[in-house]
Design a protein around this ligand. Structure first.
Ligand SMILES: [Zn+2]
Ligand SMILES: [Zn+2]
Length: 315
């Protein structure tokens, strides 16, 4: 009887090993190292160099150290908030709700109470001018979890010029290390575009809306906060892309674990299939990689499947 038990538990162990083994092996074989030449030279404060760095799970490994200012070179930043109810969509950015993207124009602002079925919205004055945070003090009073009372019911925008002295340093593993469990990154960042601007986790829309504030993104999916400066919450096709000869979605940047991030749609306009919870899958050409969520989803990546490095902002 004891023998039988031993044999059956041995069988279970063998089964576990064989069911995990080949999958991990395949992933390890198909890992594509980071190609630092994809990053836009003009964005770099100093040449990218390799440096030993300790990753999230304690592995000390060769990482690329990338130092940038969080300013895109391929596109302009803003606008975010329109200033008057008469403003057309060119004067404002975008907002997302229920998976959809909306233009933040004067009409959107005037209609927001009905849009959210909440009569407490009051984003404009009687003369039709919109309440927008203008100074650094105003933006910082509004762009935080506990919005100061006087800045409730404002369209919130911070100017990139307020944080001109910020310097952003990324450490990402040159050879990504796949791990068997995903890491949720609610704080911190999920990756970066080739222009050095970071991809943020989802914007905290519940807290933003609860204070009756709106923090629009510009048409490229970015806005400014006091902590990291200009950053993206959506991949909208504004930044440098590496086209894929086989029609696969173009590459748009790297995740903090060193795996590539690709656009949502391929050259035929189809979404990638078989994506895991983090938005990743693998193929023969690219190995394991991620696809950005749709622009209206408020989620570029759901989580990371690799050990990740760090972004440090110095003020
Ligand atoms: Zn944000
Ligand atoms: Zn893919």
């Amino acid at each position: 009887m004891n023998h039988l038990k031993k044999i059956s538990s041995l069988l279970v162990i063998i089964l576990i090993i064989t069911s995990c083994g080949p999958k991990n092996k395949k992933l390890v074989e198909e890992i594509t190292p980071v190609n630092f030449s994809y990053f836009i030279q003009e964005s770099l404060i100093e040449p990218i160099k390799a440096e030993k760095y300790t990753l999230s799970n304690g592995t000390k490994t060769d990482c690329y150290k990338i130092v940038v200012k969080s300013i895109p070179h391929e596109h302009q930043m803003g606008p975010w908030c329109p200033t008057h109810l008469k403003d057309s969509k060119e004067k404002g950015g975008i907002w997302f709700e229920g998976g959809k993207v909306y233009d933040v124009d004067g009409h959107f602002i005037s209609n927001i109470g009905a849009f959210y079925a909440d009569a407490k919205w009051d984003l404009y004055h009687e003369d039709g001018s919109i309440k927008v945070t203008k100074t650094q003090q105003e933006c910082e009073g509004a762009a935080k979890p506990n919005v100061e009372e006087i800045y409730k019911n404002h369209c919130v925008e911070c100017q990139p010029s307020f944080y001109h002295d910020h310097l952003t340093t990324y450490y990402i593993p040159i050879k990504p290390i796949y791990q068997t469990y995903p890491s949720k990154l609610r704080r911190g960042i999920v990756g970066l575009a080739f222009n050095g601007v970071n991809f943020d986790p989802p914007a905290p829309t519940t807290a933003i809306l609860k204070a009756h504030t709106l923090a629009p993104l510009d048409d490229c999916g970015g806005h400014v906060n006091p902590h990291v400066g200009y950053h993206y919450h959506a991949v909208n096709g504004c930044t440098k892309e590496i086209e894929q000869p086989d029609g696969h979605a173009p590459m748009v940047g790297y995740a903090m674990d060193g795996f590539g991030i690709f656009a949502t749609f391929d050259s035929k306009g189809n979404k990638a299939t078989n994506l895991d919870a983090c938005g990743g899958h693998e193929d023969k050409t690219r190995g394991y990689h991620y696809h950005a969520g749709e622009p209206g989803s408020n989620q570029i990546l759901g989580c990371l499947n690799g050990e990740y490095g760090k972004m440090v902002v110095s003020h």
